[in-house]
Design a protein around this ligand. Sequence first.
Ligand code: NAD
Length: 493
Amino acid sequence: MEVRNNYINGQWQASVSGATREVINPSNGEVIALVTDSVAEDSKQAIAAAKAAFYQSGAWRRMAGPKRADLLLRIADAIAARADELAVMDTLDNGKPLREARCDVDDAAACFRYYAGLITKPQGGVYEVSDGFGPMHAYSMHEPVGVCALITPWNYPLLMAAWKLAPALAAGNAVVFKPSEVTPLSAVALFEIFHQVGLPAGTANLVLGSGPAAGQELAASHDVDMITFTGSTRTGQTIAAAAVGNLKKVGLELGGKSPNVIFADADLEGAVEWAMIGVFFNQGEVCSAGSRILIEESIKDRFVARLAERARAMSIGPGMKDPDMGAIVSAAQLEKVLGHIERAKQQGATLVCGGVRHTEGECAKGYFVQPTIFDNCTRDMDIVREEVFGPVVAIQTFTSEAEAIAMANDTPYGLAGGVFTTDGARALRVVKEIRAGVTWINCYNPTFNEAPWGGYKMSGYGRDLGVNGLLEYQQVKQVNINLQPGPVGWYQH
Ligand code: NAD
């Protein structure tokens, strides 16, 4: 089997470790690829290449914005041209349904287009300033941060790469990218595209390997000016601590336990379907998943009965067959999800449906879990407090708007939240009170390249996407201009 390698300074190269890692198809447990398994020394080489590209050559950062934009547009076109292949890659690697992977590929291409457009728009400001030193003028300009390390998780392999690489490159940075070791394949394809469109050598570097062996160096290195990370809150804390050494800029997109608040006046069928999208999309392996449904008591029984009916009817199977729900990403994640389910049972939550590994027919060797609903959950249960990152939802009830808001915010996380009601003013009141960075009214989970994405509280800081996503990868420089050069007469002697 051919081994996929690192891409450092414009060259494909194996890790100095000489080791390889198997990439597994979670739908059947089979090995689908081998990738090089990097260690800290590989990350050091990639950082050195990025540093030389940014600080010595400067070809990319000095390239005029419209020319950088042209390259990003060519990257978007190349992603679109390989859309079918990339979608199959993420489906086989991650386990998700093929049509969901196709959406990811379209979104990834659109993300490169969005930042190609944005980088050619006006940035910075011009300021009227006081004339204490004589006539002066000030303006600000946006510059790239420098060497940026980008680390992503396995739930949206290509899309998470695009969310970080597109703005980082648009801004003129040099980057070192480490995808999750569990789902590295589409990242390799993306770097083939970077090579094909002719990004200057060293501008974008790829390191394949685990977090502790290859990722930690990216967080700790004093030659890295910024690290942005999407992944679990615990790893985010490790990265933030490692980044302190040179006070590099840090961006963290972390986990969540997001509330989906449903009032009795909501359109019930709509709320049920969006709640399913909220918690079963991508097998529930979504950071913003609406994994706590808070429902007004008077409609709880009807809602739960309908949700369970719909959940039981979901088709489960290999992503390539395009089922409603695919496989959990890995054997390790399957064990985690089943562990959460067992604890919820032990702690007294009522299992309504699912709650077991799914092994029927073609699923026998894969890592499948049935869509799982727990009713009668209470705030002290782990299923209400901890992120599962699987197709498992906890139901709690409320009787007033104030109680709903208090319950929604009763979590250390603050990534997302939703509200369903036909009372427009109430929808706006509740969304305003939810302490989270991403919210929805009468829908759950759609997100757009144009709008900023990120968390409050322990869901992290910094923003991906939108104008804010570009600003993260920039520094702002103030320029003050003396309009009347010559002595200013400040010192008298
Ligand atoms: P993870 O934290 O285990 O790993 C994420 C990435 O960090 C991987 O590339 C991994 O190799 C790397 N890593 C691990 N230890 C590291 C270390 N010490 N130093 C540097 N890098 C290290 O997360 P995961 O299991 O891959 O993904 C699931 C998590 O990601 C969930 O908690 C989910 O909520 C979160 N997530 C958040 C968002 C968001 O936008 N907020 C989006 C997607 C996923």
